[in-house]
Structure formats: structure tokens, C-alpha cells
Design a protein around this ligand. Structure first.
Ligand code: BG6
Length: 285
């Protein structure tokens, strides 16, 4: 029942195609980027833009971009959201630890910014009834290493106008639309009537996406991460992005899991930090 194939994907970039008893997934070596996860009999869980670029020097638009070692565009950093999503990762191994589940492990190649191999970054994807992604950063250098990380997950949804993101009531966030002003989420659910770009901090909460149009509830659980970013570009920003369709904002939402902004991680020598995100789905009652 389980099958793994290494094929040429869009733009000639190599990708893994994984099929299990429960689901199908695709992962590009470019960015170690999961572009698809779909349970048999359900719509895709991940959104992938029809306008996405597939080229070595650009991020893929959709799926799960790995944001590392910085999030956004901090002063003194060149390029938004770090470089991990633009590098070709090495496939280390594929294993089947339990029947019906496939693990694929990737490693970010050494880079000057990562002490030429002294900061080791591994990404483990587990495909089965759920999708689990684990990003592990190990500091083998003699200095501390500061970084942000984020699994910038794009979810496919039936209709953004009836969508609710639940689980963040009472949590503080930085509002990117208002100069990163700190606010507190007062609503029981986030509903979308315009652009939303919020970085929730200090939160281990499980987040759920309730999608009545597709009668689906998606669960986003994380460990080793205390930030959740919720983003939908809405109309104007969708139009401004060249690698995103003008109408595609209606069929996606980003709920991102990581450690960003004030939750940045400082790793002492010989320490490791692991961020794990588990995605599951079921019918919405
Ligand atoms: C989100 C940010 O995480 O990523 C947004 O909060 C940003 O501000 C979005 O626009 C997309 O970023 P990019 O670099 O992939 O276009």
C-alpha cells in the first residue's frame, strides 16, 4: 500500500511522491517543501497556488515553506523569511517505522551563515493518517546561535468568508497591519472580512480551522513552538503578489507554527531545539 517515488516536479525540480494507506503527499527537495498532503476521500489539506514559481532562487507559494533562520525581514537581514525555503535540501533517509506511515528526513546543506556545518538543521516529515513535520536545529558551535523558525503552513479551505480560526482567544498578538502593535485577541474565533496578519506570541494553544463549506475541521498542534501566525492577504495584497492568483485568497488561510519575534530562540553550544507540528482533520459536525 505504501509507495515512494522520486520524480521530476514543476520547473524540473525533484520531488518525492509518497502514497500511504491513508493519504498522499509531495515534498520538493527545494526548501524541503511539502507541497501536498491529502487524505484519501478528502479535499487537499494544503493550498498550493496555481501561480507559484518553481525555480531554485524563489520560494514555492503554498504548502509548508520552512522559515529559518529569521521570520519577516528584520533590520540587517537580506531577504524575507530567511533562506531555508530557497535552498535545495539533501534527502537523508526514508523509513517506514510503523505500517502505513512513511518518514522522510532532510538536511539543510552547510552554509557560511550556519558556521559551515556547525549549525545542523534537520527536517523530518511523517506521512500517514496525519502529517507531522519536525524541524530540529542543533548547535555544534562554541557560540550561542539566535534564530527564528516557522512552519508557514498554507491550508486549502472551501470558502474564506465562512471560515473560523479557533483557539486563540485571550492570546496576545503583534498586528503586522498596524506597525506590530501588541493587542489581545478578544473574539472566540478569527473571521475574515479583510486582510489579517497577526503574530500570536507565548501560546502553546492548539488551533482549529473550522471550514463549513467543506464540512471539515483541521487541527494544528505544535510542541517546541510558542508562536502562531494567522495570515490571509485578502484582495489588494493578492493582486500585488505576482506568484499568487487574484482570487486565491478565498480558498486559503495560513496558520503558521513556530518561534518568531519576541519568541526568538537562543541556542547555547551543544543544545538542540525541535519544533514539531501535527496536522489532522475530521468532519465538522
Ligand atoms: C506571513 C507574514 O507569515 O508571510 C506576511 O505574516 C507575509 O506579512 C506572508 O506577507 C508571505 O510572505 P512571503 O515572503 O512568502 O511573500
Amino acid at each position: 500500500m505504501t509507495r515512494v517515488a522520486f520524480v521530476t516536479g514543476n520547473g524540473g525540480l525533484p520531488k518525492l511522491q509518497i502514497t500511504t494507506e491513508w493519504s498522499a503527499a509531495e515534498i520538493y527537495l527545494h526548501g524541503a517543501h511539502v507541497t501536498q498532503f491529502q487524505k484519501h476521500g478528502e479535499p487537499p489539506l494544503l493550498f498550493l497556488s496555481a501561480q507559484s514559481r518553481f525555480q531554485p532562487d524563489a520560494p514555492i507559494r503554498g504548502g509548508i515553506p520552512i522559515i529559518f533562520p529569521w521570520f519577516g525581514k528584520p533590520v540587517g537581514r537580506s531577504g524575507q523569511h530567511g533562506f531555508a525555503r530557497n535552498r535545495s535540501w539533501a534527502l537523508q533517509e526514508i523509513t517506514t517505522p510503523e505500517p502505513g506511515t512513511i518518514y522522510a528526513r532532510f538536511r539543510l546543506p552547510p552554509a557560511p551563515e550556519l558556521g559551515e556545518g556547525r549549525i545542523v538543521v534537520d527536517f523530518l516529515v511523517s506521512v500517514g493518517q496525519t502529517l507531522t513535520a519536525e524541524l530540529k536545529v542543533t548547535n555544534h558551535s562554541t557560540d550561542t546561535f539566535d534564530f527564528e523558525n516557522c512552519l508557514h503552513t498554507y491550508f486549502a479551505v472551501g470558502d474564506i468568508s465562512t471560515l473560523q480560526v479557533v483557539g486563540l482567544q485571550g492570546v496576545d498578538y503583534l498586528d503586522s497591519l498596524e506597525g506590530h502593535q501588541r493587542k489581545t485577541e478578544v473574539n472566540d474565533a478569527i473571521r475574515f472580512t479583510g486582510e489579517v496578519d497577526r503574530t500570536f506570541i507565548n501560546t502553546r494553544h492548539r488551533v482549529e480551522i473550522h471550514d463549513p463549506a467543506w464540512r471539515r475541521r483541521i487541527r494544528v498542534e505544535k510542541t517546541g513552538g510558542v508562536s502562531t501566525v494567522v495570515w490571509n492577504p485578502w484582495i489588494a495584497k493578492a493582486k500585488a503578489m505576482t506568484d499568487f492568483g487574484n482570487e486565491e485568497y478565498q480558498r486559503m488561510v495560513c496558520v503558521e507554527s513556530g518561534n518568531v519575534a519576541t519568541n526568538q530562540i537562543t541556542l547555547a553550544p551543544d543544545e538542540a531545539a525541535t519544533l514539531t507540528m501535527k496536522l489532522s482533520s475530521e468532519a465538522l459536525a
